[in-house]
Design a protein around this ligand. Structure first.
Ligand SMILES: [Ca+2]
Length: 275
């Protein structure tokens, strides 16, 4: 008798739970992969920096989605061959190999491989996939012409409290790779021997003013994107609903008509999000 009573009550309890808009005893499911649109907006121009050179541009950007241990450079440490070539020449061959090695070790997920350089001011856009194990995004590109200077959008964590950030804009940072001692944008090659650590770019020819007030060279914007729906992210409610639907074994009959429709919508959204 008692068992029968519970069986009768169970669907009612489930329906009541599904209609609640303050769910949450269940742990939130781990977020799936996320696709981000990366926009690198170069703002470097004659009106932002002194000594703006003829033909100012940025080299084909290279980026990666990665873990905390998947950095392609560290300020205060020596540049890799890949960072040196990118910063001095805009050549990405070695950097591509280094990023692919990080992918092979599991420290990086995807490679963002810019097809070409672009003038400054100007804009570059591309997309890259992240997942919960690799929620950081970094992009580097040579400031050109220059001895060994590069701009970076670095190690932005886009997974905060279990939610993908819908959109974030950050100023690019500028670095001296420590491999060429040229003091101006168009100085001839002057290899730095031995090489010096990567450090923030604060040379007067580059800033034209006090470093503390130097404007950024560029800014980057990350926008979550799912099948042409930029900015979409699953709501707290849809996650809880999907969890309940899954807990019911996907049984739409026992879940009730109203809950089933909501669960199907949750499931469809979840599928989109994981695409
Ligand atoms: Ca240098």
């Amino acid at each position: 008798m008692k068992t029968r009573y519970l069986l009768l009550l169970a669907p009612l309890l489930f329906l009541a739970a599904c209609q609640s808009d303050t769910p949450a005893e269940e742990p939130a499911p781990l977020p799936g992969a996320a696709l981000y649109r990366v926009t690198f907006e170069a703002t470097w121009s004659a009106s932002t920096h002194a000594n703006f050179p003829y033909g100012a541009h940025f080299s084909p950007p290279m980026g990666l989605s990665h873990r905390a241990d998947g950095l392609i450079y560290r300020p205060g440490q020596l540049a890799s061959k890949g960072i040196k070539d990118m910063a001095e020449l805009g050549h990405n061959g070695f950097l591509r190999t280094e990023i692919n090695a990080l992918r092979g070790s599991g420290a990086a997920l995807r490679l963002l491989d810019g097809a070409g350089g672009f003038n400054s001011p100007g804009t570059f856009t591309d997309t890259i996939r992240l997942d919960a194990d690799h929620p950081l995004l970094a992009v580097v590109t040579m400031i050109a012409p220059s001895p060994d200077w590069f701009a970076a959008l670095e190690a932005e964590n886009l997974l905060v409290d279990g939610q993908w950030v819908a959109r974030r804009s950050v100023p690019a940072r500028a670095y001296d790779a420590g491999t060429d001692s040229g003091p101006s944008f168009t100085a001839p090659n002057q290899p730095t021997t031995p090489a010096e650590p990567i450090r923030p770019l604060l040379l007067p020819p580059a800033t034209g003013m006090a470093p503390a007030t130097a404007p950024p060279w560029a800014s980057g914007t990350w926008s979550a994107s799912t099948k042409g729906r930029p900015g979409y992210r699953p709501s707290r409610w849809s996650r809880a609903c999907w969890m309940r639907w899954r807990a019911a074994g996907g049984n739409t009959t026992s879940a009730g008509t109203r809950c089933s429709a909501a669960a199907r919508a949750c499931r469809a959204r979840n599928r989109l999000w994981k695409a």
